[in-house]
Design a protein around this ligand. Structure first.
Ligand code: SD4
Length: 344
């Protein structure tokens, strides 16, 4: 069964070590591949920009912040980065030229969660999501209500549309006006973590699909779709075309596969296979990716097509890795976790 491939690799790896053909520190190598528990705390995030986010999370945690503080801090870094056109300030707008942001946060202990959908003019929706969780009896606020709540809580309104994205939107309006859902017009930061006490938490933030219909909300702020945390089992997050995640409760499904005993990477891959089966389209057309960490500190990721880069950070280690890749031609393909960037 495909799902057992990593354990197969682990036993092969252990044999290779016994034969003296692997590096001298097999424990460190197995940790870096996510095969055995990483040092704690461990942070796992989507895309290359997940690495500086993870590192900000680790710094915050090391300085005495809670796991939730750490998750929020990492995501805030990405939200504030105006060169990132898919999260927070600088994000691509909806078809009407307004940047509408989605975010959620979830804490393992007590399964507490907060979320905002389609919020405008607020640079840090992850912090608003946390305020929804901590200061209201609700879980999710959307649109104008979310914006009004944020301003009431002291978040300053800001213009999130950069001149570059304004120009790109004007060009799109003049020349195109089609809504293409493909590989290149979206990205999300999903960041999940496990702390020294064995508690889990996660967050997720995005500007969603470029030039989406105003009011469209994707998977990212929907608990169980763009993010899910189960403090007994693990945490998972998604990036990609939200419509192909939220119809299947994708992140919840990943966690449920971990509950059944699958390694995080296998749980992500199995979720994609199941979504593809139910959806009926070739895997390459789905454009979905998942990350996961389990209660032990093992991690993994899988994506459609060529897979996707994701970042893993724990004390003494921070790296962008290539996820497992799933395509129609060879389902379940190459094992993931080849380092992409050797820089610490
Ligand atoms: C959405 N999942 O709004 C987000 C976008 C994304 O990589 O993650 N793209 O559908």
């Amino acid at each position: 069964m495909q799902a057992c491939s990593r354990r197969g690799f682990l036993s092969t790896g252990v044999m290779a070590v016994a034969g003296g053909s692997m590096m001298s520190n097999p424990t460190a190598q197995a940790q870096q591949k996510g095969l055995i528990a990483a040092k704690k705390p461990v942070f796992v995030a989507t895309w290359n920009f997940g690495k500086p986010a993870n590192e900000a999370s680790l710094r915050r945690y090391t300085e005495g912040g809670s796991l939730l503080d750490a998750i929020e801090e990492g995501i805030r870094l990405t939200e504030a980065d105006k060169s990132n056109a898919s999260v927070g300030a600088g994000g691509k707008p909806a078809a009407n030229g307004k940047v509408q942001l989605d975010a959620c946060i979830m804490n393992g202990p007590g399964s507490k969660a907060g979320s905002v959908g389609g919020i405008e003019d607020i640079m840090h929706p992850i912090s608003v999501a946390r305020a929804v969780m901590e200061k209201t009896p609700h879980v999710m606020l959307v649109g104008e209500g979310a914006r009004a709540f944020a301003i009431d809580q002291g978040f300053a309104p800001a213009n999130l549309l950069t001149p570059e994205e304004h120009d790109a939107w004007k060009t799109w309006k003049k020349e195109n006006q089609s809504l293409e859902v493909g590989e290149d017009n979206h990205d999300t930061i999903a960041l999940v973590g496990l702390d020294g006490e064995g508690n889990l938490a996660g967050g997720c933030s995005t500007s969603g699909l470029a030039y989406k219909l105003p009011g469209r909300v994707g998977d990212s702020p929907i608990l169980g779709s763009g993010l899910y945390v189960d403090n007994e089992i693990g945490a998972a997050g998604a990036t990609g075309v939200g419509e192909n995640v939220m119809r299947f409760c994708g992140s919840f499904m990943v966690v449920e596969y971990m509950r059944q005993g699958l390694h995080p990477e296998d749980a992500c891959a199995e979720t994609i296979r199941r979504i593809a089966r139910l959806d009926g389209r070739p895997i390459e057309e789905l454009h979905i990716n998942f990350i996961a960490v389990d209660k032990q500190g093992r991690f993994g990721a899988a994506g459609t097509g060529k897979g996707f880069p994701y970042a893993v950070t724990y004390p003494g280690y921070s790296q962008v890795l290539q996820s497992k890749a799933l395509s129609q031609r060879a389902i379940g393909i190459e094992g993931g976790n080849a380092p992409i960037d050797q820089q610490p």
